[in-house]
Write a protein that binds this ligand. Structure first.
Ligand SMILES: Cc1ncc(COP(=O)(O)O)c(C=O)c1O
Length: 387
């Protein structure tokens, strides 16, 4: 393979949260960290080269984002996601999670109902609660080892006056890449009940063939008018620590409200290293990404097969590098499961209930790492399971 995903890279000397905050998170030091959603791989050579080129210039003053930066993003959306956008729909944001919070602050009022699909990435819950909005939960349900949206229940909730939906597509932590019919149903309901959708599509490039990511807003102009799409190359290209992102907003009023909110908080400036890295990722990162996806898929297959030999189910995964492990049939309390995983197996996995109460019985495992880490993880699980 042209790119080396196999050789471990020491990260515990790099202030990596994943590697350095084990004790704080789990109460133990010597765990194998498979939690925070970044990967233990070196970044793509074109990104390394772009950052090195920028670093040859010794001044890091206030910097603009050149037109080529935006062009690289729009070209990527067109080429990889078949979505043609207008340049004036793009708003720069400092990160996807900050942008979710800004959307809530700028586009809803205190006590408005904001809905999410649980289990979901925990900052969704925090964004609603910390901004004093009213949390509405629609539980995903498992069918044939795959999570689905309960559309009948969703419609009942929408009838009660939901202002905004936080949508995760592809979905962290359950690894779903939403299919066209599901997206159309969601879009039709959002249009019928005039609900805004904040569509977090940060994992949109981490999709395994034959699955295909469809940007929600690309379905048609009506739903595009009600959708704020948030994304970045942070996850895909393992550059999340640089910070940055894009909001794509076709609706002029929504765009102006969000822009005004960013302006009020003086959040317009970019970081020259982020700009260089993002542009290189979108211009020259495709070959690396294809190799990454192949490697990740083999990792997923390895984890799934090996876990299932131990009686641990792994839900069918279509995208992301986050496997969702189902221990529920062992009948353990969540605290007991955590104790087994952290204390006995010495694995830093994220407890399922971090993503909502229906995550009980589950653990999230980040397989964006050299395969030998996963071999170690499975050896450790083998000592304990089947339980
Ligand atoms: C669904 C989702 N959204 C957003 C983020 C983080 O985005 P950012 O680092 O741009 O705030 C993550 C990181 O794990 C994520 O999984």
């Amino acid at each position: 393979m042209k790119f080396d995903f196999d050789t471990p890279i020491e990260r515990d000397k790099s202030d990596s949260i994943k590697w350095k905050l084990l004790h704080k998170k789990f109460g133990y030091e010597d765990l194998l960290p498979l939690w925070v959603a970044d990967m233990d791989f070196a970044i793509a050579p074109p990104i390394q080269a772009a950052i090195a080129r920028r670093n040859q210039h010794p001044v890091y003053g206030y910097s603009l984002r050149p037109q080529t930066y935006y062009d690289s993003f729009t070209h990527w959306l067109q080429k990889r996601h078949n979505w043609q956008i207008e340049p004036n729909w793009i708003l720069d944001v400092p990160g996807v999670v900050p942008a979710i919070n800004f959307c809530i602050q700028a586009l809803t009022n205190p006590d408005d109902k904001v809905l999410l699909f649980s289990p979901v990435y925990d900052p969704f819950f925090k964004a609603i609660k910390l901004n004093q909005r009213s949390l509405e939960v629609s539980n995903l349900y498992l069918e044939n080892n795959e999570y689905r949206i309960n559309f009948a229940e969703l419609e009942e909730k929408l009838k009660q006056g939901i202002k905004m939906i936080l949508f995760c597509s592809p979905h962290n932590p359950v690894g779903r890449v939403w299919q066209r019919d599901e997206l159309v149903k969601l879009a039709n309901l959002a249009i019928k009940y005039q609900v805004l959708i904040v569509s977090d599509e940060i994992h949109f490039d981490l999709v395994f063939s034959p699955n295909k990511h469809i940007p929600l807003a690309s379905l048609g102009s009506n739903i595009a008018q009600q959708t704020i799409t948030l994304t970045s190359p942070g996850k895909t290209f393992n550059i999340a620590g640089l910070g940055g992102g894009f909001a794509v907003i076709p609706n002029k009023i929504t765009f102006a409200l969000l822009k005004n909110h960013l302006d009020k908080n003086a959040l317009h400036l970019g970081n020259p290293l982020t700009t260089a890295a993002y542009q290189a990722a979108y211009q020259d990162g495709e070959e690396w990404l294809e190799a990454l996806l192949e490697y990740l898929y083999e990792n997923y297959k390895f984890v799934k097969e090996e876990c299932e030999n131990l009686g641990i189910e792994v839900t069918n995964l279509q995208g992301t590098y986050l496997a969702w492990l189902n221990f529920s049939h062992f009948g353990l309390s969540q605290t007991h499961l955590e104790e087994i995983i952290y204390k006995k197996a010495k694995l830093g996995l994220v407890s399922g209930t971090q993503y909502g109460s229906n995550g009980k019985g589950f653990m999230r495992l980040n397989f964006g790492c050299p395969r030998q880490y996963l071999q170690t993880a499975l050896q450790r699980l083998k000592v304990i399971f089947p339980f």
